[in-house]
Design a binder for this molecule. Structure first.
Ligand code: NBP
Length: 497
């Protein structure tokens, strides 16, 4: 009897890989698995969940064995560490992620033309750009896909953002769309679709993560002003977030925030959130988005502020020291509490709109720079389910881009324009109150500054241009002479008034 061949091979049996494999088998695919530490292959296959899958799952103890077990054209998905702390300098082609490079190098001689390698890790998009081109030249098809939703998403349905070699997409589409989260009235619209060429999928996944940073910071701003400005207890915070989750803020992150306020530490019986050290960690995708926004010259201030907010939070001891030296306002809000809680909600919503607006502006700018065709409405839909930023409000973003695929900024869409304009009085009062009380709200404040800058026909950059020309002869353009210039003035010797 001919040896059984499997639909897809997956390497990397850590938390994401194991759950994706089980998800694939649940959807009818036969999967072969492999892991660098091969004992983990046997450990995984011995788990009750894997055992229950029968012959739909098999293990391999080398990459060659994995490859030999696959149907042609072979599809091999890597769910391995995407970024090494110390990149291997000898791997000049792929400087960011030595582990993926090493596995690709080992796979190349084992594969035939037309086979597909898929990287499902959080890889820097420039690596995916290079790898797609490099492997295309060898006749091997490459996909770099974002996979969002953590462990639970991988098991029950992640949001997936594949990009790479378009010829590879039809080969993996049935598997990816089957295992992804589903949305829509009939829960049949997959949260997975082709994003674009080369590194487009990983770029969009990075922006997803950056937007997630923004969402988390904005929710934390709301928490902090409600706790310190109004003195809300954890029980009251639970109630506030529970109410908000029934509104336009309905989202996974608001939902889990609500639930966090109900959890007591089993050891001490105290609310767990109050026992957690206020020093935030990060794995770097927010920083990437921020760095790349700077490269493109687009103002993605929410993610940047969120990265800085984590950085200053991590300076715990310096903050404790400074708190004993530097004084500022203290005290609580004395106005109507119920009204203020509603204003905080509006500040959160308006800021969140600015954050998403920035994310989409950055993706559009990147698409121009790197020559991808991105469909913003479709991206909003992919984020609608399965991922950490899933939210009802993404449906509105999809509608906005369906109406106008070239929408310059979400804030210009009539729905979001009305939403922000009607929230702005409350939003300004919350930021003003936070400033008066000395409570940091970096997300709310930077979002409001972005909104005010974007809606300003005139900004003080005329003065900056004058300064630049004064000290460095950097030249300037004139409002009264459009199409002419650039101009330079001898600022020292010119006649002064
Ligand atoms: P990890 O990111 O912790 O990676 C562990 C896996 O990488 C193990 O299978 C390990 O093999 C393998 N590996 C390492 Br480490 N170095 C290797 C090398 N040089 N060659 C081959 N294999 C190597 O696993 P994870 O948290 O499941 O994440 C997998 C990927 O998915 C990552 O890129 C991650 O960024 C991404 N991701 C994770 C999440 C999440 O919530 N965790 C969400 C979305 C995306 P070993 O067993 O032999 O050490």
């Amino acid at each position: 009897m001919a040896e059984k061949k499997y639909d897809i091979g997956l390497m990397g049996l850590a938390v994401m890989g194991q759950n994706l494999v089980l998800n694939m088998v649940d959807h009818g695919f036969d999967v072969a698995v492999f892991n660098r530490t091969t004992s983990k292959v046997d450990d995984f296959l011995a788990t009750p969940e894997a055992q229950a899958k029968g012959d739909k799952l098999t293990g391999a103890h080398s990459l060659a064995e994995l490859v030999s077990k696959l149907k042609s054209p072979r599809k091999i998905m890597l769910m391995i560490k995407s970024k090494d702390a110390v990149p291997a300098p000898e791997l000049k082609l792929y400087p960011e992620s030595a582990a993926v490079d090493a596995v690709i190098a080992e796979l190349i001689p084992l594969l035939d033309k037309g086979d597909v390698i898929i990287d499902g890790g959080n890889t820097q998009f420039k690596d995916t750009e290079r790898r797609t081109k490099y492997l295309q030249a060898l006749g091997i098809r490459y996909i770099g896909t974002g996979v969002s939703g953590g462990e639970e998403g991988a098991r029950r349905g992640p949001s997936m953002m594949p990009g790479g070699d378009p010829e590879a997409w039809p080969l993996v589409k049935p598997i990816f769309q089957a295992i992804s989260a589903k949305v829509g009235p009939n829960k049949d619209v997959p949260c997975c679709d082709w994003i674009g060429e080369r590194g487009a999928g990983h770029y969009v996944k990075m922006v997803h993560n950056g937007v997630e940073y923004g969402d988390m910071q904005l929710i934390s701003d709301a928490y902090w002003i409600l706790k310190n400005g109004l003195g809300l207890t954890n029980k009251e915070l639970y109630e506030v977030f529970a109410e908000w989750n029934k509104t336009e803020l309905d989202s996974y992150l608001v939902e889990i925030t609500r639930d966090i306020f109900t959890v007591d530490d089993p050891e001490t019986g105290k609310p767990l959130v109050d026992l957690i050290l206020d020093a935030a960690g990060a794995k770097g995708t927010g920083k990437w988005m921020s760095q790349l926004a700077l490269d493109l010259g687009v103002p993605s201030t929410l993610v940047t502020e969120a990265v800085y907010a984590r950085a200053i939070s991590a300076m715990k001891q310096p903050r404790v020291n400074a708190s004993a030296i530097l004084s500022g306002p203290t005290g609580q809000y004395t106005g109507d509490r119920k009204e203020f809680i509603d204003q905080v909600k509006q500040a959160l919503y308006a800021s969140k709109i600015c954050s998403y607006a920035q994310g989409f502006v950055q993706m559009q700018a990147a698409a121009k720079e790197y020559d991808w065709k991105l469909d913003c409405g479709r991206i909003a839909l992919l984020w609608r389910g399965g991922c950490i930023i899933r939210a009802v409000f993404l449906e509105r973003i999809k509608d906005a881009y369906d109406k106008d695929p070239n929408l310059e900024n979400l804030l210009l869409d009539p729905y979001f324009k009305n939403a922000v304009e009607s929230a702005q009085g409350a939003w300004r009062n919350v930021v003003k109150t936070a400033f008066e009380l000395g409570i940091p709200v970096p997300g709310f404040a930077t979002a409001l500054t972005y909104f005010d800058s974007y809606r300003s026909a005139n900004l003080p950059a005329n003065l900056i241009q004058a300064q630049r020309d004064y000290f460095g002869a950097h030249t300037y353009l004139r409002v009264d002479k459009p199409g002419e210039g650039p101009f330079h003035t001898d600022w020292i010797n010119v006649k002064k008034s």
